[in-house]
Design a protein around this ligand. Structure first.
Ligand SMILES: [Zn+2]
Length: 559
């Protein structure tokens, strides 16, 4: 959720509680430290470029620098805030501290004006300071004019540039500045500042609400304060998550869990309802994606790092649900869905009118991603990554190879999104919902057992070395593996071996957890061993494969 920067009524708290000194600046310790030292040692430069996302304190810091330089009691790290100069700088009325909005004063004439004016001595203050916000918006000619000034600035002049997008500033300008990169603020820092504001205002607000705002503002204090402003202005006695949802468009955290549970269950009706409800509450499709990405990232962190990974404390009931969802979805699915969301964001930028259809289509597709991944894994392994296998399944003559798709988003063909959202489950554009083979993580029961008779395996390289060693140390297991071998590969510290479907007795041997543990511990083993089964070629003709390839930009190879 972003709040319009142009809406002055929303900036009340941001102005009222704006840091006035370095010690009040939150979350930018590295910058405060460097600047303080420079000021103390009187080694302050003449041009600074303050880089960072919006609302993290760039302009505020520029004003503090101006006060430090020009305060009657200065130059000092602790400007008095009481002298006329300090007060006028805070109000933006100091005659020698000139604030310019690069977005609206971006022409060459504006900059020529600066170039001429900068030569004259300051009227009253020690330094003549130009604060140029959004400096990247200056025109090329304006930058040229500015460069001349920066090459030989008069002693009394100082330039403080602020930008959200340093890449749009010519190198010649950047190289003449000292750079400071502002960080996004941490959620805990934002939350404690918000708590401070609430206390100062004498308003009682649930920690859960403050936490949701801290999460939703994406590291920008100004946005956080604006949201708080909005909520306090419209809510009743006690501010709740519902208020936040209706006023600031921030969905309650539970809603994301409901949505993700619907993805896991492949429940299209709930997915479409959640999208509709979000948009009805006033959020945009982009807000939806942004917030969903944050929630997914939380789950991924829980999946990878355990439940203690949650930076902020969710309510206990929600915490348990998150842990369970993270377990159900697993790393691959979570990374895959995240990738789809990132991809969706850029697609929506290209076709804003189709944003809702794109959003729904992507989510419906994501609901099937669990199946995609299981299938991709089977396909990738049965085709053997670089490991020579020639096999011919009994029921098909069409050879095919599908590379195991990475979850990272890749350019994909333009989708044919469903033009109007219908409440009825309308799964995907390409896949006619033919029954997907019931795929569960290994062990896998093939729908139609394929015949291993014609398999001819050319075993080379280190997997072969491993098998030879295995024959010496685990002859029974090795013989099962040899007889049913389709392909093998070593990926990192994992040995991945694909076999033809096994009989129950052999399967219990290969899948024996104790045996697998023992294998992983063998000194010559790269790590864990994982056995999967080749289902034959019938799955390769499944429409799900086509959807998979389309979603991840894979290509079918015909050898
Ligand atoms: Zn002062």
């Amino acid at each position: 959720m972003t709040v319009s920067e142009q809406t002055p009524t929303y900036r009340v708290f941001a102005r009222k509680y704006r840091p006035r000194t370095f010690s009040e600046v939150i979350g930018q310790e590295h910058i405060v430290h460097a600047l303080s030292r420079a000021i103390e040692r009187q080694r302050i430069g003449q041009a600074y470029l303050l880089i960072g996302p919006r609302g993290v304190g760039k302009t505020t810091t520029a004003r503090i620098i101006a006060k430090s330089m020009n305060c009657e009691k200065g130059p000092t790290v602790t400007p008095c805030l009481e002298c006329a100069i300090c007060r006028e700088i805070e109000r933006g009325t100091d005659i020698d501290v000139i604030e310019i909005d690069g977005a609206s004063h971006n022409g060459v004439d504006d900059v020529r004006g600066i170039r001429d004016a900068v030569q004259t001595q300051p009227m009253r203050d020690r330094r003549k300071i130009y604060i140029i916000d959004e400096v990247q918006r200056l025109s090329g000619q304006a930058f040229d004019a500015l460069l001349k000034t920066l090459e030989e600035p008069p002693e009394h002049a100082m330039f403080l540039f602020a930008t959200t997008d340093p890449h749009k500033i010519p190198d010649t300008i950047v190289s003449r500045c000292q750079l400071f990169e502002f960080r996004r603020l941490r959620e805990v820092d934002i939350q404690s500042k918000l708590a401070f504001v609430c206390q100062a205002e004498g308003m009682a607000v649930d920690a859960e609400v403050l936490q949701a705002i801290s999460r939703g503002c994406r590291g920008g204090m100004r946005d956080a304060e604006s949201m708080l402003d909005q909520v306090l202005a419209t809510a009743g006695e006690k501010v709740t998550l519902d208020d936040l949802e209706s006023v600031a468009g921030l969905a309650r955290p539970e809603r994301w869990l409901t949505l993700f549970a619907a993805l896991v269950a492949d429940d299209p009706a709930t997915i479409l309802r959640e999208v509709a409800a979000f948009l009805e509450r006033g959020g945009t499709e982009r807000d939806f994606v942004e917030q969903a990405v944050d929630a997914l990232r939380d789950l991924l962190h829980v999946a990878l790092l355990g439940e203690d990974a949650l930076g902020v404390e969710p309510a206990p009931a929600r915490r348990a649900r998150m842990v369970e969802l993270a377990r159900q979805m697993g790393r691959d699915n979570l990374e895959g869905v995240l990738g789809m969301m990132f991809h969706l964001e850029s697609r929506m930028q290209r076709s804003p009118l189709g944003a809702r259809a794109l959003l729904e289509w992507t989510l419906l597709r994501a609901a099937r991603i669990g199946q995609f991944f299981e299938l991709a894994q089977l396909l990738g392994e049965s085709q053997g990554n670089g490991f020579a296998v020639s096999k011919q399944a009994s029921n098909s003559t069409q050879p095919s190879a599908a590379p195991a798709p990475a979850p990272a988003p890749a350019p994909t063909p333009t989708p044919a999104p469903t033009p109007t959202p219908t409440p009825a489950p309308a799964p995907t554009s390409t896949a006619t919902p033919t029954p997907v083979p019931a795929l569960t993580p290994a062990p896998v029961q093939p729908a139609i057992p394929s015949t291993p008779a014609v398999a001819k395996v050319k075993t080379l390289g280190t997997v072969e070395a491993l098998l030879q060693r295995l024959e010496k140390e685990r002859p029974t297991l090795a013989s099962v593996v040899r007889r049913n071998f389709v392909s093998g590969t070593i990926r990192g510290s994992e040995v991945l071996i694909t076999l033809f479907p096994l009989e129950a007795r052999d399967r219990s041997l290969v899948e024996d957890p104790m045996e697998l543990k023992a294998l992983a511990r063998l000194t010559w083993s790269p790590g864990a061993w994982r056995f999967t089964y080749d289902l034959g070629t019938e799955v390769e003709q499944d429409p799900v494969v086509d959807s998979l390839l389309e979603s991840f930009g894979g290509q079918e190879e015909t050898p």
